[in-house]
Write a protein that binds this ligand. Structure first.
Ligand code: MG
Length: 291
């Protein structure tokens, strides 16, 4: 089914359902239940044709594509990062602000920190003064906790990343709001860090929309060829992932394994929305437009 989608203009904007409509998942408060549902029902929900995939697919010899993955809610779930963040804020600034109810989704770590402390009444100068100590503490707290409270690798992620890494027409990287040290600790604990030769992190830019360009620059240095939005796919679980991909003209694929439902991600403008990554072959085709 998937190979027929590409290069057939009249099928553009068509809605594709996975093997059954239950693949459109409800919001789920319980991670275990969520994971079970994803394992059973992951599949392609929605495909919107055009843009980078069509151009790449129809090229006589397809150029390499750069697939840039978010981490939290996309590759992994859970872990001790929020607890470590709170402990480091308390120790450095005497408060973690409204951390219990704060919306972390799709934001960079520096932006989250600044929002929490601003809400707690801290002035920019106070925040700046505490930054070195805060980041040191956050990473040491995360490192100390992650063995006992490891991140969960979402269903199908290992198989998907393994399949993509084996191809010579696909380059893998990260675009994540995590500071680089946090991303390394999380993905190393999951055995996935070495799969991503390049990345752009919250420690590079506080504004997420600026991260893809950083990733392009690192990819160019790594592989010796220029990368732009037209060569890239941004993959994430929040509207902010979609927004940052669109900001650079990249294709965007959203996956409903985080806090956002498929319908919300579709409304946010994702080019494609997946229920999850459990079906490796279908996901590879959805991400790349190539078999
Ligand atoms: Mg995320």
């Amino acid at each position: 089914m998937y190979s027929l989608q590409f290069g057939i203009p009249k099928l553009r904007s068509a809605l594709y359902l996975g093997r059954n409509s239950a693949a459109i998942l409800p919001r789920c408060a319980l991670p275990a239940r969520r994971l079970a549902a994803l394992g059973a029902n992951a599949g392609l929900i929605h495909g919107l044709l055009g843009g980078p995939w069509t151009n790449l697919h129809t090229a006589r010899s397809a150029p390499p594509m750069l697939l840039l993955f978010d981490i939290d809610g996309t590759l992994t779930w859970g872990g001790p990062a929020k607890a470590a963040f709170g402990v480091a804020l308390e120790a450095t600034f005497g408060t973690a602000g409204p951390i219990a109810n704060h919306d972390f989704s799709g934001k960079t770590d520096p932006l989250i920190m600044r929002e929490l402390l601003t809400a707690a009444g801290h002035a920019p100068r106070q925040i700046e003064a505490g930054l070195p100590r805060f980041w040191d503490l956050y990473l040491s707290e995360l490192d100390a906790r992650i063995a006992a409270d490891p991140v969960t690798v979402l269903p199908g992620v290992r198989e998907l990343i393994g399949a993509l890494a084996a191809r010579d027409d696909i380059f893998l990287g990260l675009v994540t709001g995590n500071v680089e040290g946090g991303a390394r600790l999380k993905l190393r604990s999951a055995g996935l860090w070495d799969r991503f030769p390049v990345g752009a992190f919250g420690s590079d830019r506080e504004v997420r929309n600026e991260l893809p360009t950083v990733a392009f620059q690192r990819a160019a240095a790594r592989w010796g060829r220029p990368f732009r939005g037209e060569h890239a796919v941004i993959i994430g679980d929040t509207p902010r992932d979609i927004e940052c991909g669109k900001a650079v003209g990249a294709a965007t694929v959203a996956v409903a394994t985080g806090r956002f439902r498929a319908a919300e991600l579709r409304d946010a403008g994702a080019d494609r929305v997946l229920a999850g990554f459990a079906d490796t072959r279908a996901t590879v085709e959805a991400l790349t437009g190539r078999p």
